[in-house]
Design a protein around this ligand. Structure first.
Ligand SMILES: Nc1ncnc2c1ncn2[C@@H]1O[C@H](COP(=O)(O)OP(=O)(O)OP(=O)(O)O)[C@@H](O)[C@H]1O
Ligand SMILES: [Mg+2]
Length: 229
């Protein structure tokens, strides 16, 4: 079977210039990820895991190197096209959910879909379909701050999926969840992967041992070049 490259990192470097000195968060990283892979990324705190996901989602630009996604170097995208890329291609599941707490579940799901130009009926159907899978139908009109942790977690997953992205990025998504919810979330990622999505998971959760990954990486860069005052 021919594997299709979906993400290619070439000589990727990200440095932060901080008052305490230069932080080499990512150093000369090369990686090939294939369509349909389920990738685990580990590494000690500060080893550059979130930096890497943020670069992949085009939230930030590298200092040097390339990130080719489906043949296109996303490091060259302008702000507007970065946002479009992120909206259409990437589903990001954040550790702290990053939901808008004062808005309802429905509105949180609607927001990322609005720029797509799809019809209101399409968007409502999409929300209904996913909410039913993740058992959130009853909660869509509730402001997020009233939801339980598990409901917020499912809402964050649904939000990552509304635009049917090819790539799912999850940054320590189980860090704030109990054992049952963590398992539910990891099972969800696995089933998305089984549906053909490329999933990149950053996690230290012991529970990941129960899952099999296409590949697991341990980041060890992030070496801190400091000149302390
Ligand atoms: N915006 C920033 N400005 C300056 N330094 C940063 C910035 N973001 C990250 N860093 C630094 O870059 C290094 C890598 O950070 P990163 O958040 O990628 O680590 P991580 O592997 O995700 O860690 P953790 O497991 O604690 O989440 C750290 O030394 C961090 O302090
Ligand atoms: Mg992190």
């Amino acid at each position: 079977m021919n594997r299709v490259e979906i993400i290619l990192l070439s000589n990727l470097t990200k440095r932060y210039d901080t008052p305490a000195g230069i932080v080499n968060a990512i150093e000369d990283l090369n990686m090939t990820i294939y369509k349909g892979d389920f990738i685990l990324i580990r590494g000690r705190s500060g080893s550059g895991k979130s930096t890497l996901l943020n670069l992949l989602a085009a939230f930030d630009k590298p200092t040097s190197g390339k990130i080719i996604v489906s043949g296109e170097d996303i490091t060259k995208l302008s702000e507007i096209f970065s946002a479009k890329y992120r909206r259409e291609k990437i589903g990001f599941i954040f550790q702290q959910f990053n939901l808008l707490e004062d808005m309802t579940g429905f509105d949180n799901l609607m927001l990322p879909m609005l720029p797509s130009g799809k019809s209101l009926q399409y968007m409502k159907n999409r929300i209904a379909e996913l909410s039913s899978i993740f058992k959130l139908e009853e909660k869509l009109s509730t402001p997020v701050w009233k939801l339980s942790g598990g409901e917020k977690q499912r809402l964050a997953v649904v939000r990552a999926l509304v635009n049917d992205p090819e790539i799912i990025l999850a940054d320590e998504p189980t860090a704030n969840l109990d054992v049952n919810l963590s398992k539910e979330l990891l099972d969800t990622l696995l089933s998305l992967n089984n549906m053909g999505k490329t999933v990149i998971l950053v996690s230290h959760d012991e529970m990941v041992r129960n899952y099999s990954f296409s590949k697991s990486y341990t980041l060890e860069s992030g070496n801190l070049d400091v000149s302390l005052p």
